[in-house]
Design a binder for this molecule. Sequence first.
Ligand SMILES: NC(=O)c1ccc[n+]([C@@H]2O[C@H](COP(=O)([O-])OP(=O)(O)OC[C@H]3O[C@@H](n4cnc5c(N)ncnc54)[C@H](O)[C@@H]3O)[C@@H](O)[C@H]2O)c1
Ligand SMILES: [Zn+2]
Ligand SMILES: [Zn+2]
Length: 370
Amino acid sequence: MSIPKKGKVAMLTDIRKIEVLEFDIPAIGDDEILLKVEGCGVCGTDAHEYKGDPFALRPVVLGHEGTGEVVAIGKNITHDFVNKPVKVGDKLITCIIPCGECHACKTTPARTNLCEKVGIYGLIPEDKYHFNGYFGEYVIIRKGSTFFNVSDLDLDSRLLVEPFAVAMHALERAKTTGLLRFDSKVLIQGCGPIGLCVLSVVRAMGIEEIIVVDGSASRLELAKELGATHLINISDYKTAEEEIEAVKAVSDGLGAQFAFQCTGVPKAAALMWRLVRRGGGLCEVGFFVDNGECTINPHLDLCNKEITAVGSWVYTPEEYPATFAFMKLAKSIKLPIHKLITHRFPLDQMNEAMETNIRMDGIKVCFVAN
Ligand SMILES: NC(=O)c1ccc[n+]([C@@H]2O[C@H](COP(=O)([O-])OP(=O)(O)OC[C@H]3O[C@@H](n4cnc5c(N)ncnc54)[C@H](O)[C@@H]3O)[C@@H](O)[C@H]2O)c1
Ligand SMILES: [Zn+2]
Ligand SMILES: [Zn+2]
């Protein structure tokens, strides 16, 4: 493939306004890669940016769940993050760009997800590169990035890697509590893309009994296909107490042994503590953005129950290879994770893609290049 001179991006220029703009493609440096984008999932974070701008990034080319093909590669780049050779024509996925300077980067290299100034393609404001996010025809991978050669994964799997890496990290955090066992009764609150990804990795790890909670019948149905054994539709219950009783009814009368909070709704986050039994644990995944505060009772919900709680924040590059292995495992055990992708839009329809995500019409809405 010859190196193109110009490329288009779908840039968020104002609230609820994405424009397709064309830029000259700058010369690719010795430590850079030019990627031709094949597609990218729309994330709840993108929708937040589209509706407002919580991170003050605008103007910005969004899209951080993308994948593409190497069109040009700087002479200093020969291998990916796990030492796999990389050449023109390979399919890549990027992870985070650690700053390399902050306390987390300098002292805990295995926890670069906690980097104070972490970069993620698709969340980098407009600058001289222009091609900073996957909602475009090209992305320029700059020096210091973490990226992987994933030519052995099909396109749908590659489009789903990023949300599954979020789930993989949540699982790793949950495992540190020692409370996830084959016979644990695990609860997942919220069956959006993140909750369904968490459900899938928990199921693939061998957990047999999984309780899912959501208000959407269609999302609960998909959860069932992905291995959930008990479906709780919150719209069937008038009060929090009734919902708690419904969960207890399918968990030995006690509540879940471990719960993952994946709603991003403060009220739900507070309730989750009451859905877990004494001696149980929970993982808070659901707040990548600040949706406000919630109240728990430290005596009843935490101290007296001796709960072990962990937070989960994105993922580390080290967790990506495990996520690739999961994508292959899901295929071999016929876990229908590809059903998470419900919509595909071309670049000039990214406003509609965002609105579809906001309406919660499907599960994973994707930009797919023509
Ligand atoms: N920790 C991280 O690194 C990380 C990464 C990405 C996303 N997130 C967060 O994960 C959250 C979920 O993301 P998503 O894309 O799946 O969002 P989503 O909005 O599509 O899904 C949330 C789901 O929760 C359900 N829900 C709402 N209130 C509920 C309640 N009271 N009880 C049970 N279910 C309820 C909704 O019906 C919906 O299906 C977001 O808020 C996002 O900020 C966190
Ligand atoms: Zn995301
Ligand atoms: Zn850092």
